[in-house]
Design a protein around this ligand. Structure first.
Ligand SMILES: [Mn+2]
Length: 367
């Protein structure tokens, strides 16, 4: 833990002057407010763009930023995302909280339009933003070795969830947080921090408690326990049947899937199996093989490991315990080609994790 991470938050003092020792998320919120104060007149019809297949944190950040812009600065904005909203919890979140997010279209990026990227960065592969364009605002929590190409770049890698920064800005500016926005923020923080398990800083927990106070607990519970479709159970069944164990690694190739988020959900689920330290799942979706890697090993970098086993390192990303990525296999390619790519992937991963080639495969859930 760094000194910055140990800094105590001072949430109840919405002063405009910065104080020494204030939490990093408060400093970030101050930077955001200062920028918006100066640039508000130039931000009309701002596009708020999340990463592809947005997660609850990305959606909550976008929704809260839209509210901040409107209430604090009279700036209207639109929220867009690439890919689809896959996980059933995330769809329940958008529906129940009426988050006005819609799919990104090329025409959203007309020249000169200001763009805010949230929970991602211009250099990342996981968004629809052109690599050569400069963003107006970037608010993110992910570390990157590339400089952030934006007029305002806020990256707080210890904030637990990106939406913490926008929640702090709403509080600093004394803007009332409506129930729908508060509930989105609470769920965004919970889901990005594994129910606060990964929240290492007190300002993150305090922000969570302050938004929880304004949240609709009934709706929050409904989002966390949504109705699941038949395709979810079909994939779950296949996952269990097909799971292969090589020592402490479990592998499941899910075949065709209804949405890419199922891959990470199944990888997380398999990781809970007794004595398993690594899990990897793949799924075929629109000509791409989607891959998720999870681990319980403490001192490692799953992101680095997945990049090592991919043909192209830029197609994968992640951090300590979590990694994901996808690559093109092709539309209408024969079954053997898919099979070959799936097998290559888990063979390379076995090698990378130093699991002997001779290790016998077990299918533990088949009898
Ligand atoms: Mn996030």
């Amino acid at each position: 833990m760094t000194t910055a991470e140990q800094t105590q938050a001072e949430p109840e003092k919405p002063t405009s002057e910065s104080t020494a020792n204030e939490a990093p998320s408060v400093q970030c919120a101050r930077d955001l407010l200062a920028f918006l104060t100066e640039r508000a007149p130039t931000l009309s019809s701002l596009l708020i763009l999340t990463h592809d297949f947005p997660d609850p944190d990305a959606l909550a950040t976008a929704f809260a930023l839209q509210h901040l812009l409107q209430q604090g600065f009279g700036v209207e904005s639109k929220i867009a995302y690439g890919g689809v909203i896959g996980r059933v919890e995330n769809r329940a979140m958008v529906t129940a909280l009426k988050i006005p997010a819609r799919r990104f279209k090329r025409t959203d990026l007309r020249p000169g339009r200001p763009v805010a990227l949230v929970d991602t960065q211009p250099a990342f592969q996981n968004n629809a933003f052109p690599r050569n364009r400069r963003a107006t605002i970037v608010i993110d929590q992910h570390a990157s070795d590339k400089p952030v190409s934006a007029d305002l770049a806020i990256v707080d890698t210890g904030c637990g969830a990106t939406c913490v920064i926008v929640a702090q800005a709403l509080r600093l500016k004394n803007i009332e947080i409506p129930t729908r926005v508060a509930t989105a923020l609470a769920y965004g923080i919970l889901s990005d921090t594994l129910d606060l398990y990964r929240a290492t800083r007190s300002d993150v927990v305090q922000t969570y408690l302050s938004v929880l106070h304004h949240s609709d607990m009934k709706v929050l519970a409904r989002i966390q326990n949504p109705d699941r479709s038949k395709s979810f159970f079909v994939t779950l069944g296949r996952c269990i049947r097909e799971a292969m164990v090589f020592r402490h690694l479990v592998v499941a190739h899910l075949g065709n899937i209804a949405n890419p988020d199922l891959v990470s959900q199944m990888a997380e689920f398999l990781l809970t199996y007794d004595k398993i330290k690594w899990s990897v799942c793949t799924g075929r979706y629109k000509g791409r093989l989607h891959v998720s890697l999870r681990t319980t090993v403490q001192e490692t970098n799953a992101g680095e490991i997945l990049r090592d086993v991919f043909d192209s390192r830029k197609d994968a990303g992640g951090h300590k315990a979590i990694a994901g990525g996808s690559f093109i296999v092709g539309l209408n390619v024969p079954e053997e080609v898919w099979k070959e790519r799936e097998e290559t992937l888990h063979t390379r991963l076995k090698q990378r994790l130093r699991i002997s080639k001779r290790t016998a495969v077990r299918k533990p859930f088949q009898r």
